[in-house]
Design a protein around this ligand. Structure first.
Ligand SMILES: Cc1cc2nc3c(=O)[nH]c(=O)nc-3n(C[C@H](O)[C@H](O)[C@H](O)COP(=O)(O)O)c2cc1C
Length: 191
C-alpha cells in the first residue's frame, strides 16, 4: 500500500479513555486522560502524561498519589465532561454524581460507578516538555463483582472506551478475535 508521510505526531492506537483522580486541598477531582499505559509488571506500574498546567497536577504534587478509574461506555458523558471542565472552576464529583471511595493510600480518590479502579503511589514524574509522565505503582486494585470472570476483570463486561484523538471521538472495544499466545503458534510451522 502506498504510504503518505505525515508530520511526526502521536499516532498510537488504541488510546485509553479513563479518569485520572487526585485529591487537591483534600477534595477529590477527576480529569479525562487519553494516553499512557502499563509501564512495569513487577511491581505493577502505570504511567500517565499530565500537562504541567493542569489543575490535577497540583494534586500529584500535594500527595504524590493518583488513581485511574475506568468508566464503561455508558459513562461517556461523565468522562468527556471531566476532560472539558476544570476542577479549578467546578466540582466535577458533584456534577457527575460520582460516589467517591478511598483505599489504602487515603488520598487517591476512586469512583464507585467505574467498574475498575487503581490507586497508585507516584514513584517518578518525568518532565518531557509539555507533559510530566507521572509513573505510579499500583497499591490497590478494585473491580465491580459483576465485571469479573473467574475472579479476573473481564474487559467484555467492563466495556471500556477508546479515545480517538484525531477525530475527537470515543469508540467501544471490539470483538474478541483470537486467543493470545496461541493464534501466532501457527507460524511456528514456517520456522
Ligand atoms: C478524552 C480526553 C483525553 C485527555 N487526555 C489528557 C491527557 O492524557 N493528559 C492531560 O494532561 N490532559 C488530557 N485531557 C485534558 C484534560 O482532561 C482537561 O484539560 C481537564 O479539563 C483537566 O481537568 P482539571 O483542570 O480538573 O485538571 C484530555 C481530555 C479529553 C477530553
Amino acid at each position: 500500500m502506498k504510504k503518505v508521510e505525515l508530520a511526526p505526531d502521536r499516532y498510537w492506537y488504541p488510546r485509553p479513555a479513563v479518569l485520572f483522580g487526585v485529591n487537591i486541598n483534600g477534595k477529590a477531582n477527576f480529569m479525562a486522560v487519553g494516553g499512557g499505559g502499563v509501564t512495569n509488571a513487577v511491581p505493577p506500574m502505570i504511567g500517565i502524561p499530565v500537562r504541567h498546567d493542569r489543575y490535577s497536577f497540583k494534586g500529584v504534587r500535594q500527595n504524590m498519589t493518583f488513581s485511574i478509574a475506568t468508566p464503561s461506555v455508558d459513562m461517556v458523558k461523565e468522562l468527556d465532561y471531566c476532560g472539558i471542565a476544570s476542577g479549578a472552576d467546578v466540582d466535577k464529583v458533584k456534577i457527575c454524581g460520582f460516589e467517591v471511595f478511598y483505599g489504602h493510600l487515603k488520598t487517591a480518590p476512586m469512583i464507585e460507578q467505574c467498574p475498575v479502579n487503581l490507586e497508585c503511589r507516584v514513584v517518578k514524574a518525568l518532565d518531557l516538555g509539555s507533559h510530566d509522565f507521572v509513573i505510579g505503582q499500583v497499591e490497590g486494585a478494585y473491580a465491580s463483582e459483576d465485571c469479573l470472570t473467574d475472579g479476573k476483570p473481564d474487559v467484555e463486561k467492563i466495556r471500556p472506551m477508546i479515545y480517538d484523538i484525531d477525530f475527537n471521538r470515543y469508540l467501544a472495544f471490539g470483538d474478541v478475535i483470537a486467543q493470545a499466545y496461541k493464534v501466532g503458534l501457527e507460524f511456528r510451522e514456517r520456522e
